[in-house]
Each structure stands twice: as structure tokens, then as C-alpha cells.
Design a protein around this ligand. Structure first.
Ligand code: GDP
Length: 138
């Protein structure tokens, strides 16, 4: 079934100039970009986006990191989008990410891991709407 997922190219990847390479891998894997913008999250907005992790020990570090510099947010369309995109990005910790995944190629550590990918259809819709209005989704 054709569905959608949400991604962010995180500040570490933006800083390293990896945005183009990551978008190329996303397109080559058959995802269609149906919304995209570059933006810079405030600490408040980063905290809101990751509120589900607010009790985790790394929450403060995560908020600092995600508000450190610009990101690219996008909504991606493909059949089986959520699951296939999680496969394309690889494990949270790049040390465990398989060859050929985005995190294996571009991520430095479990915290600074280059990309986000939604973990369910429901969260993909919530996260996409966090960044994009109906008029910005194609
Ligand atoms: P994901 O779904 O693969 O992105 O992983 P999670 O939902 O478990 O965690 C969300 C994000 O929090 C990850 O992508 C990392 O950026 C960050 N994170 C997860 N675990 C750690 C950790 O142990 N330390 C730090 N600093 N950040 C972490």
C-alpha cells in the first residue's frame, strides 16, 4: 500500500554537507518527496518534537543537538514507506547499522545519527503535520 513517512536530515549531517548525498539515497531507494523544507528548530520546538523521550537520560543532549543548527524536514511517499525507510536508515547506533544504510554511511554516533525516520504510520502523520501545513504537502 502506498503510504507516507516523515524524515529529518539532522544538524550533524547538515553541518557536514551530507544533505545532497542523503537525498540522493532516498530518491534512489524509490521514495518520492511530497514535502520538504530547511528549518532550524528552537530548543522549545525540538523538545516538543521529542517529548516522548522526555524521561530518557539523553533527552537534554538530544534537544541541544537537534536545535544546534539547520535541519531538512521532508515527507516521503512509497509503498510500505514507514518500514522501508527504517530499513534504509539503519539502526539507531551507526555501529550496528548495516552496509548500504544511510546511518552506516553518514552517522557518527548513537546521538548524532544523521537522520530521523518515523516508527509508525500514526507518528508519520503527526510528525509531518508538526512541520507542514496541508498547503505544503503535495
Ligand atoms: P530512532 O527511532 O532510531 O531515531 O531512535 P530512538 O527513537 O530510540 O531515539 C530518538 C533519537 O534520540 C535517536 O535517533 C538519537 O538521535 C537519540 N538517541 C537515542 N539514544 C541515544 C543515546 O543513548 N544517547 C544520545 N545522546 N542520544 C540518543
Amino acid at each position: 500500500m502506498i503510504n507516507r513517512t516523515f524524515t529529518m536530515i539532522k544538524p550533524d549531517a547538515t553541518e557536514k554537507g551530507s544533505t545532497g548525498g542523503i537525498l540522493q539515497m532516498i530518491n534512489a531507494a524509490g521514495f518520492k518527496i511530497v514535502a520538504m523544507k530547511m528549518t532550524h528548530l528552537s530548543k522549545e520546538k525540538a523538545g516538543e518534537f521529542y517529548a516522548v523521550h522526555s524521561e530518557r537520560p539523553f533527552y537534554g543532549e538530544l534537544v541541544e543537538f537537534m536545535s544546534r543548527g539547520p535541519i531538512t524536514a521532508a515527507i516521503l511517499e512509497k509503498d510500505n514507506a514507514v518500514e522501508d525507510f527504517r530499513k534504509l536508515i539503519g539502526a539507531t547506533n551507526p555501529a550496528n547499522a548495516e552496509e548500504g544504510t544511510i546511518r552506516r554511511k553518514y552517522a557518527a554516533s548513537i546521538g548524532e545519527n544523521a537522520v530521523h525516520g518515523s516508527d509508525s504510520d500514526e507518528n508519520a502523520a503527526i510528525e509531518g503535520s508538526f512541520f507542514f501545513s496541508a498547503l505544503e504537502k503535495f
